[in-house]
Design a protein around this ligand. Structure first.
Ligand SMILES: NC(=O)c1ccc[n+]([C@@H]2O[C@H](COP(=O)([O-])OP(=O)(O)OC[C@H]3O[C@@H](n4cnc5c(N)ncnc54)[C@H](O)[C@@H]3O)[C@@H](O)[C@H]2O)c1
Length: 248
């Protein structure tokens, strides 16, 4: 029970890595708010509630400041405080050369994958500072925040932004006992990449020295580590969880 009596928000908690994180956090004793714009979040909260866990769904578009403000208020009204923010919600676009990327597509990527992280970090930190007892923020970056991939310019830019935002906030709030870190997964078998064609998927598998894609539950364990007191001396880092992709 590494998160006993902790209150956590997981954005994008309705699916994939976020869902695995919600399940793991609940099993480790946390009260969890699933912040998503998908009705699957409601279903997950109901399922966990029926099994005796404290879980709640809050409908949120993470790129909207008013939604995120409401999310924090909703969490504090319901569970009394906020200890952990997992800024995980994200989108991917089909691979395309930058010459074919419109400003609208670029902007949508930045709005969700970077501004969404900025907003949930900022508003969680405001609440954690008010409480005065520290906290943990875990951002979902990607190996594509560290290395480039042809056809993924806007995703690369957004995730690179998350990696450096994490460093910036990590050093800024360490004295307040608020640890800000990130996880950088390799390719993980979730709905986000299940849309890839068979050939593209085979290329992705081959790019990982372990010879397979990651599982959402494997990434959730890294999130749990960073969110828990086990990571009490870990600040501003981006933990790569990628089956060896970046080590080559
Ligand atoms: N799957 C991978 O290979 C992989 C690799 C590295 C990083 N990531 C990152 O992990 C995170 C989770 O991805 P996943 O693979 O679990 O994807 P997923 O599509 O299974 O889940 C993403 C969730 O985010 C939610 N979401 C999207 N936009 C939102 C918004 N504006 N407001 C609120 N919720 C929103 C979706 O509804 C969905 O429930 C993303 O940030 C993604 O970039 C994924």
């Amino acid at each position: 029970m590494k998160l006993k009596d902790k209150v956590a928000i997981v954005t994008g908690g309705a699916s994939g890595i976020g869902e695995a994180t919600v399940r793991l956090f609940a099993s480790e004793g946390a009260s969890v708010v699933i912040a998503d714009r998908s009705a699957l979040g409601e279903k997950l909260a109901r399922e966990l509630g029926a099994s005796g866990f404290a879980a709640h769904y809050s409908e949120v578009d993470v790129s909207r400041e008013d939604d995120t403000r409401r999310l924090i208020d909703d969490t504090v009204n319901r569970f009394g405080r906020l200890d952990i923010m997992v800024a995980n919600a994200g989108i991917a676009h089909p691979s395309a050369p930058v010459e074919d990327v419109s400003v609208e597509q670029w902007q949508q990527m930045i709005d969700v994958n970077l501004t969404g992280v900025f907003l949930s970090n900022k508003l969680a930190i405001v609440q954690m500072k008010k409480q005065g007892s520290g906290g943990a923020v875990v951002n979902m970056a990607s190996i594509l925040g560290h290395v480039g991939m042809p056809g993924a310019a806007s995703y690369n830019a957004a995730k690179g932004g998350v990696v450096n935002l994490t460093r910036s906030l990590g050093v800024a709030y360490a004295k307040d006992g608020i640890r800000v870190n990130a996880v950088c997964p390799g390719f993980v078998a979730t709905p986000l990449i299940e849309r890839a064609s068979g050939e593209a998927r085979a290329r992705l598998v081959a790019a990982h020295p372990v010879g397979r894609l990651g599982q959402a539950a494997e990434v959730a364990k890294a999130v749990l580590f960073l969110a828990s007191d086990d990571a009490s001396f870990v600040v501003g880092t981006s933990l790569i969880v990628d089956g060896g992709y970046c080590a080559q």
